[in-house]
Design a protein. Structure first.
Length: 319
């Protein structure tokens, strides 16, 4: 299931931004956005019987024809997932889409990082979509707090699942992310977070990039009891931008992408990126991966590949 970068424009400047190499912020719209013709080409590689279309940016709702784009995709029978910061009114302008076919993931940072008007838009969007909207939380410092997430979910009656992202380095950039020495303290705190949220029926869903060794066996048991949905993988996601350029995933978007139309299927694109980075992905993030049973049987991919690339490229910098 690839992600479609509708526009490279964003109204926010998150320090850990995964799309930093492609995103541009400011008060004017750029002219780099996916055209309707390009969208048609991308959909030609998908099948509505089993594929979901994921829309992101930048901030996807800032695409000049966002409501029309969403409706066009829905009219072709696709389920739609929208990744948004929720700080614009355009999300609520979606019309003519079956609510059951729409899933919204709103990335929510600490309230102190928003202006009053931005927070008002976030609240309005959350109340409008209710249980069709789930929150996303990206860990980029080990002393993170989560109380505001719980309050938002309960006050605005949102979906009881929080998507959990572990911030990763972008090859060639200097975004904020957790250093190796911060991963274990952050993981311990994450278990406390899961236990606290579980008291209110809220569970966590792991995004890619986590490693099994970040948690003890006992901690993994606690997370399971709290309803956590584990993911210890790292595969090519395929982020497709305007001009039909495809990247392995955003942490690699500073690298030259490939042209979608040079390939017959998305599986061929995935195979290309798998082979390109196979010499590093076979090592994992740590020396211990070499004799880890979880890594050897591929139930854990050894963490985010971009982190492994940094290990092999010491000239890369950290914010």
């Amino acid at each position: 299931m690839p992600n479609l970068l509708l526009t490279n424009f964003c109204n926010r400047s998150c320090p850990y931004c995964f799309a930093l190499a492609q995103v541009r912020t400011g008060t004017t719209r750029p002219n780099w956005e996916m055209s309707r013709e390009e969208l048609t080409v991308v959909l030609g590689y998908l099948d509505p019987r089993w594929d979901m279309v994921s829309l992101l940016g930048g901030e996807p709702t800032l695409h000049s024809r966002f409501p029309e784009v969403v409706k066009e995709i829905a009219d072709k029978g696709y389920r739609i997932k929208i990744f948004t910061n929720g700080a614009t009114p355009y999300l609520r302008r979606i019309q003519g889409v079956n609510p059951l076919e729409l899933n919204i993931i709103l990335n929510l940072n600490h309230p102190d990082t928003y202006s009053r008007s931005e927070w008002e838009q976030i609240e309005a969007n959350c109340r409008h979509f209710g249980r069709r909207l789930s929150l996303s939380f990206n860990i980029y410092r080990p002393d993170f707090s989560w109380e505001y997430l719980k309050k938002a979910i309960l006050d605005w009656d949102l979906d009881r699942l929080v998507r959990l992202g572990l911030t990763q380095p972008i090859k060639g950039m200097s975004n904020a992310y957790l250093m190796e020495e911060d991963l274990r303290p952050a993981s311990v705190r994450l278990v406390r977070m899961a236990e606290d949220l579980a008291l209110d029926g809220i569970s966590l869903g792991f995004d890619c990039g986590f490693r099994t060794c970040l948690f003890t066996v006992e901690e993994r048991g606690i997370l399971a009891e709290c309803g956590a949905r584990f993911l210890f993988g790292c595969q090519p996601v395929l982020d497709i931008g305007p001009d039909l350029i495809v990247w392995r995933c955003f942490p690699f978007s500073v690298e030259p992408g490939v042209k979608l139309t040079d390939y017959r299927t998305l599986a061929e694109v995935v195979d290309y990126f798998e082979k390109k980075w196979a010499h590093i992905s076979c090592s994992g993030n740590t020396a211990g991966c070499a004799w880890c049973d979880n890594f050897l049987c591929q139930s854990c991919r050894g963490g985010c590949l971009s982190r492994s690339v940094i290990l092999f490229s010491p000239e890369e910098t950290h914010a």
